[in-house]
Structure formats: structure tokens, C-alpha cells
Ligand binder design. Structure first.
Ligand code: BT5
Length: 257
């Protein structure tokens, strides 16, 4: 990637901290180190390879050299609004879906809470982490991992995986992808308090209207019809007793007919 050009653009967009690494442990870990040392309103850490990329909980995220992209945004100036915490991951996913539609005319779906799918397969995962000072939220870190080419797909995955170039059936430019994604993410983050943004996320929700089940730490939690999202970014599942159940974390699966 052409570092100098990217850095110049990011500075124009107001980024105070910009790091671009060929290889790093985890961009989210690096972003967390940065916010512990400095007050940052807007920052970004980008890497083309991660040796210790992380997913949710104890899970890992692989960013294969030359085939994937890892980026972590630091948002300090919106951190005052703690009530938006449940919205951030989905809104990051919305920025990714908008980006691949605009650039490649691909229809991506958001698998609640943090995966972005193309043709039912995961090509992007999002990990949002918060930096707390006592009970005050100081910064939010939004980590986005994207599979660009086929070799980015790990051999063993929990959910079927794909890569952008496989779905687009052509090569893509990381710079153009990065540029568009940043513009889109900054825009949706500005709208994070609006109800409209939740509806847009909902419009792109995978499995909406289908029978799903929710798992948490390996245990079955709930089965029913996925109705949509509540205002805090939770999913609403209608169970056979006609009750609407709302959940804020877990892994969602399509029920096998
Ligand atoms: C995620 O977790 O999907 C969140 C991934 C976030 C990665 C970004 S990259 C930038 C930033 N820095 C980090 O260190 N992390 C963030 P989860 O829903 O828990 O899914 C993790 C699971 O996805 C793993 O257990 C694997 O099964 C699968 N997986 C790992 N790498 C993958 C890849 N490259 N493509 C598709 N699936 C993958």
C-alpha cells in the first residue's frame, strides 16, 4: 500500500494518530496501548498482517500477509455517549456493507452481532472494545478484519468463510477499499444516535424473518423467528409462545429445516 498517500488523506480527515504496519500482533491491542498513553479523539491503526489477531472472547482472527486487511479505529470524541455502545459494532458492519455495495456492487449482509457475509459466508469480522476509566467510557476501539483474497481464509473456521476477490471475481485495490471504508465509517458514526441508522442496519440484517437459534458459550439460549433489532442494537426473536425476546450477545445461527 502507498503509505504516504494514505497518511496524507487521513490527516485531512482529522485523524490525529495514524499507524500503518506491515505486520503487528493485533491492531486492537495497539490501539488500546495508544489510548492508555494519549487522549485521542480520532485515530487509526492499520496492518496487512496480524500475528495475534483477536476475535470475541478467546477466539482468534487471522490476517494473512498480503491477503487480508486489519484496521482499528479509535473514537474518543463520541465516547461520552455510553448509551451507543450496543450500536457500534453493527454500525461498523453497516459501513462495510455500504462500502462493498458502492465499490463492487456486492450485496453484503450483517450476521448479528459482528460478522459481514457475502453469499452467506463471512469475509469480515468486527471487534469493538472500550477503554474505561472507572465507570467512564474514555475511548472506543472498532477493529475490522477483512479477507481480501482467497489465501486469507483460514483452514478451520467456525462459520463458512470467503474473501472479497472470490465474490467479486476480480482483483481489488486495498487503497480504494480502505479509503471508501473510512469515509463510510466516519459518516455512520456521526449518525450513531439516529433511529434511521438502526433501521439501515436492520435492512441489511442476515436471516431476518427466518427461524434462527442463539447460542452463548456453547449453550442453546433461544429459538424462534428473527424479527429485527431493538434501539440498542439487540436482536429480537419471536418464540413459539408469541413472546418477543431481546438479546445483546451470543452467536446467531440459521435453524436447519
Ligand atoms: C470476529 O470475532 O469475527 C471479530 C474479528 C475482529 C478482527 C479485527 S482485525 C482488526 C482488529 N484487531 C484484532 O485483533 N481484531 C480486530 P468472532 O465473531 O469471535 O469470530 C472469530 C472466529 O472467526 C474464529 O474463531 C474463526 O472461526 C473465524 N475466523 C478467524 N479468522 C478468520 C478469517 N480471516 N476469515 C473468516 N473467519 C475467520
Amino acid at each position: 500500500m502507498e503509505k504516504r498517500k494514505i497518511i496524507r488523506k487521513l490527516k485531512e480527515q482529522g485523524f490525529q494518530i495514524i499507524e500503518i504496519h506491515a505486520s503487528i500482533g493485533s491492531t486492537n491491542d495497539r490501539a488500546m496501548e495508544i489510548v492508555k498513553e494519549n487522549k485521542v479523539d480520532l485515530g487509526i491503526v492499520i496492518a496487512e498482517h496480524q500475528s495475534k489477531g483477536r476475535g470475541r472472547g478467546e477466539r482468534t482472527w487471522e490476517t494473512e500477509e498480503g491477503a487480508g486487511l486489519a484496521l482499528s479505529f479509535i473514537f474518543g470524541d463520541i465516547a461520552a455517549h455510553q448509551n451507543i455502545l450496543g450500536r457500534v459494532t453493527g454500525i461498523g458492519a453497516l459501513a462495510v456493507t455500504q462500502t462493498v455495495t458502492e465499490l463492487f456492487d456486492l450485496s453484503a449482509k450483517i450476521k448479528w452481532p459482528n460478522d459481514v457475509l457475502l453469499d452467506g459466508k463471512k469475509f469480515c469480522g468486527i471487534l469493538t472494545e472500550a477503554d474505561w476509566v472507572g465507570s467512564n467510557l474514555r475511548s472506543l476501539i472498532v477493529g475490522i478484519g477483512i479477507n481480501i483474497s482467497k489465501s486469507a481464509i483460514p483452514k478451520e473456521v467456525l462459520f463458512p468463510a470467503t474473501a472479497l476477490e472470490l465474490e467479486y471475481k476480480d482483483s481489488i485495490s486495498k487503497e480504494i477499499l480502505l479509503e471508501k471504508l473510512i469515509v463510510n465509517l466516519l459518516r455512520v458514526m456521526k449518525e450513531i444516535n439516529s433511529d434511521q441508522i438502526i433501521r439501515e442496519w436492520e435492512e441489511n440484517l442476515a436471516f431476518k424473518g427466518s427461524e434462527v437459534f442463539l447460542h452463548r458459550d456453547g449453550s442453546h439460549i433461544c429459538s424462534g423467528e428473527l424479527l429485527g433489532l431493538d434501539d440498542d442494537g439487540g436482536i429480537v426473536i419471536l418464540t413459539s409462545d408469541e413472546k418477543k425476546n431481546i438479546f445483546y450477545y451470543g452467536d446467531l445461527h440459521l435453524a436447519v429445516k
